[in-house]
Design a protein around this ligand. Sequence first.
Ligand SMILES: *Cc1c(COP(=O)(O)O)cnc(C)c1O
Length: 385
Amino acid sequence: MKVEFLDLGRQTTALRPELNLAVHRVLAAGRFVGGDEVDAFEQEFAAFCGAGFAVGVNSGTDALELALRGLGVGVGDEVVTAANTCVPTVAAIVAAGATPVLVDPDPETMTLDPDRLEEALGQRTRAIVPVHLYGRCADMETIMRIAREHGVLVVEDVAQAHGAERSGRRAGTFGDAAAFSFYPTKNLGALGDAGAVVTNSRAVAERVRRLHAYGDAGDGAVERGRNSRLDPLQAAVLRAKLPYLDSWNERRRELAERYDAELSGLPLTLPRPSENGEHARHLYVVRSQQRELFRDQLARRGVGTLVHYERPIHHHPAYRSLARPGALDTSERLCAEVVSLPLYPELRDDELAWVVDAVHASLAHPRVASAPLRKSVGARGSGQP
Ligand SMILES: *Cc1c(COP(=O)(O)O)cnc(C)c1O
């Protein structure tokens, strides 16, 4: 058997009738920028999050940049974020005109470590961008308390955690604003690029709305804005998919729980159980001391894996200047150990069983150059360490 890391085609195929309807509706309406589809999606998505307002934009990266700018963060300001995030988080901070300051995550949750946060806050800190990495909500109670004590704003990066919860609240409703991505592989994915800023503040929503349309809300360009709109076509597609998001996340959790149960006791660090709320399980990320060998062994058994992410931000050529010697060791270590196993709502039970088998076999015979594939997927249980 071959288990791809992700097969997006399955969702598109399953939803084909609804997606066709959505696209036809937009073609029939003949409105290709703004309009009812976008307004309706913004309202439906804000309601899904339990937030007051959503503004559709062109991508998650733009959502972060515009959320920061909408809060007045810009040139001369420092914005603290996690060093183990992906590049767009930091690219957006830079695009807003601000200077990123990197902080290590908690190695257990892999989200921003509140203990490290305080050390990174200084005179110029204007905002914190916690990233709900892999679908786990960061420790928002503590982060918000620290932010309020220091008079600092918070923009959540929720690109990987649509529908995640903590203490009964959904990710994206803790901070002053939040940024979502609907990149096709996210928990809610468009058929192309799309994103949204979510906030409870009418003033912030209005400013983001102005900034995403050249800075002009009808009375001239009162500030220097961008063009970053959510297309009605993507809005219609997202509206077709949104009603499934909770059940997709539920299926992700079910698969993740099976991995948790069936991979325990192996020389792998499994994701820590999420306390205090629902994990959106965007990615199932384990840690291995011998990651490359492990990935290679899994590949030989037909299992696709990816690494999120190969390097911490400060090891990318464009961001070397953000290095903080000695302060980002955890990120560096995590980037060398993390590996993501296949996990998406359409992954079948027999495929998960195959992956579980392959993981056991890979760790039992790590040095066999070309291990034979196991014949029966269901018959795991022999010869495990
Ligand atoms: C995907 C992602 C982004 C960027 O979203 P785009 O829509 O690709 O611009 C930002 N932050 C995180 C954590 C992401 O996973």
